[in-house]
Ligand binder design. Sequence first.
Ligand code: F6P
Length: 367
Amino acid sequence: MSDTRDTTAPGTRIGVLTGGGDAPGLNAVIRAVVKAGTNAGCEIIGLEDSFDGLIEPDRWRRLTPRDVTGIIRLGGTILGTTNRGNPFAYPVATSGGTRDYSARCVEMYHELGLDALIVIGGDGTLAIADQFFRRGIPVVGVPKTIDNDIVETTDTFGFDTAVNFATEAIDRLHTTAESHHRVLVLEVMGRYAGWIALYAGVAGGADVILIPEIPFDIEKVAAHIKARDAYGARFSIVVVAEGAIPVGGTVTVLAAGTPEYVERLGGVGARVTASLQPLTGKETRNVVLGHLQRGGPPTSFDRVLATRFGSRAVELVLAGDFGKMVAFAPPDIVAVPLEKIVGRTRKVSLDSDVIRTARAMGIALGD
Ligand code: F6P
């Protein structure tokens, strides 16, 4: 690298970007990076729309504490984000193909005089961060996703907010389901892991929870609902993760994947609803929570976690400890090598306490 400034010295220039789908708490991390960094004598450069900020000119701006005042309570990200912006396979509209812009990013990194890069994102974005680290960019990663499916950290910020929102949705569905003696099916996010469905389902007192880790048998789900009817509970709440799969079946896809974008999931709630109505003989309705669970103000838990992550990321930069991801290992915030998380997904363990608790509550998991 051409820049030989001592990264521990005041005047360190830290770039920060947010990548992938947004999650409540992103702004809290940005704020923490700006405050902790500035207080330690660093200069913070915000890069816009993920790695686009290192591809296109003038997509960066200096961030001062004044710029981040009041954003801890805001959902979204003031820097913007994209989950189509992998610089190693960047979509090119004209030819319909992809191009490798990674060398451009490295060049721009040096042009901006950056000494380190803090990358806030999910597994895809962190894998890109790891690739840049291997190309000599001093990187620190911060894990983000409402799905809570990043390995080596017990929690990602955004998850608690999503679970709280989904729980409130279940609470609201309960009263109308009970009044009308209906089955209400709530589809929540969770591509490969059922954390949101499981936690919101347990917190909201759902009767059925379907997650990607446990292929479901719709006949068994229907039998559970009919058994509830038989003992006088004439309504049921079914929570289904978007990535849930029927036994012997596949995920429900809204739009096929492309070279630069993963397939869009969605519709399993409608499928479950369509099957349950004839099987149970009960009026069954479907609600999709969708992006509502990704918006809104972060919970206090997510604000604190995000602030601790941002602050720790700056500590790692100042210590010159790169190629790491900050992670929550209660009660501590620790640093784990980025390479340890690439290509892995943190799934719900089938013998975990939460699964056993759900079963002990009489909740059907579709198996
Ligand atoms: O990874 C988080 C997530 O919310 C997934 O649960 C969901 O499948 C995906 O993002 C949706 O992304 P998009 O907003 O790009 O459709």
